[in-house]
Design a binder for this molecule. Structure first.
Ligand code: KG4
Ligand code: ZN
Length: 340
């Protein structure tokens, strides 16, 4: 089964061709990703209108490259999958409408994919993994602990009540005048800094519900930065290290609660998996290693290129749905909000 996948929900324009073999394993034939980071850098964040226009300008060429790299033609496809949300609505409309146009012109089925579902199913593209499993989704827009029970059967065990973790990394970077996107910059600075220098809060630590809260921590970083001003490079490094250590403690504690709740409601998860851009952070990856070990769980960390937004995970979610006979109408709506 051969599926073309389109991703345009945020600031990556991507098209990919993925094959799903009859035994259920996946193969990426191409995964072309164009990041708009430079277009948004001077604004310190993603500007929706600029993102939508950039998707329009790039998508056709990105699709041609993905098809050429995969050495397939439209006639070879079994379906066209497009991310139909959640995300920035202008970009979602660009990708979904393009997917519909290809489906209409070729007579292939359209799969309108939930972007969060694509992250949730991504580990099954890279490794053999059965249901159920526990997903930690940590990106710029989402912070969730999810019980993945089957295709189309997801239970959100916990979520953030304010900022997403990636968003908190980006905002901390901005207040410390580090370049955009901030997450990787904070990680680099943190590696040089002293994590014990600033005493920062660990919001919701010990709470029974596996939810997250990041805004108090972010405010504490701002107050610490103000009281230490003017900041030397060493101060910035120490602030980043202290902030990252607090985030790691929060992730460890919340995930422990999430796994406890998972075990109480369902069978033991077959694995702990991570998705989303923050999954590239080495301190967080190390923490996940420890949690997996203490719970005797298999840990699946998809490669960073599949953790961040890309067309291959959209194509794969489409293939998983198509294999179950699920396809969508050409009038499927684009959705800014779409809980999994
Ligand atoms: O999944 P993603 O590419 O896009 C969406 O948000 O959907 O995630 C991007 C987020 C940004 O907030 C970025 O700062 C963060 O992931 N990020 C990181 C790291 N790499 C990316 N945060 C912390 N450490 C990193 N190494
Ligand atoms: Zn994403």
């Amino acid at each position: 089964m051969l599926v073309l996948g389109l991703e345009t929900t945020c600031d990556e324009t991507s098209a990919a061709v993925v094959r799903r073999h009859d035994d259920g394993h996946g193969e990426i034939l191409s995964n072309v990703v164009l990041s708009q980071v430079l277009e948004h850098a001077e604004y310190g964040g993603v500007v929706p209108e600029i993102a939508a226009r950039a998707h329009v300008e790039a998508l056709e060429d990105i699709i041609s490259r993905a098809m050429a790299e995969a050495k397939v033609g439209f006639a070879d496809l079994d379906a066209v999958a497009a991310a139909a949300g959640p995300g920035l609505i202008g970009g979602v409309i660009v990708g979904l409408t393009t997917g519909k146009a290809i489906a209409l012109a070729t007579g292939k089925p359209l799969i309108a994919v939930n972007h969060l579902e694509a992250h949730a199913l991504s580990p099954r593209l890279v490794g053999r993994l059965g249901f159920p499993y526990c997903l930690l989704l940590v990106s710029g827009g989402h912070t969730q602990i999810v019980a993945v029970l089957d295709v189309d059967r997801y239970e959100r065990l916990g979520t953030t009540i304010d900022d997403a973790i990636g968003e908190a990394f980006d905002k901390v970077a901005k207040m410390l005048s580090l370049p955009y996107p901030g997450g990787p910059q904070v990680e680099i600075a943190a590696a040089r800094g002293n994590p014990a220098r600033f005493a920062l809060p660990r919001p919701l630590l010990g709470r029974h519900d596996p939810d997250f809260s990041l805004s108090g921590l972010k405010t504490a970083v701002r107050l610490a930065a103000e009281s230490a001003a003017p900041l030397s490079d060493g101060d910035v490094d120490d602030l980043c290290a202290s902030f990252q250590a607090a985030v790691v403690d929060v992730v460890v504690d919340r995930l422990r609660m999430g796994l406890r709740r998972f075990a109480g409601k369902y069978n033991k998860p077959k694995a702990l998996v991570v998705a989303g851009g923050v999954g590239a952070n080495k301190a967080i990856r190390g923490a996940l290693d420890r949690i997996a070990a203490e719970n005797a769980l298999r840990l699946l960390l998809p490669p960073a290129a599949l953790c961040t937004d890309n067309g291959a995970i959209i194509a794969w979610a489409g293939a998983e749905r198509l294999a179950l006979g699920k396809a969508d109408e050409l009038d499927s709506p684009p959705r800014a909000r779409w809980p999994m």
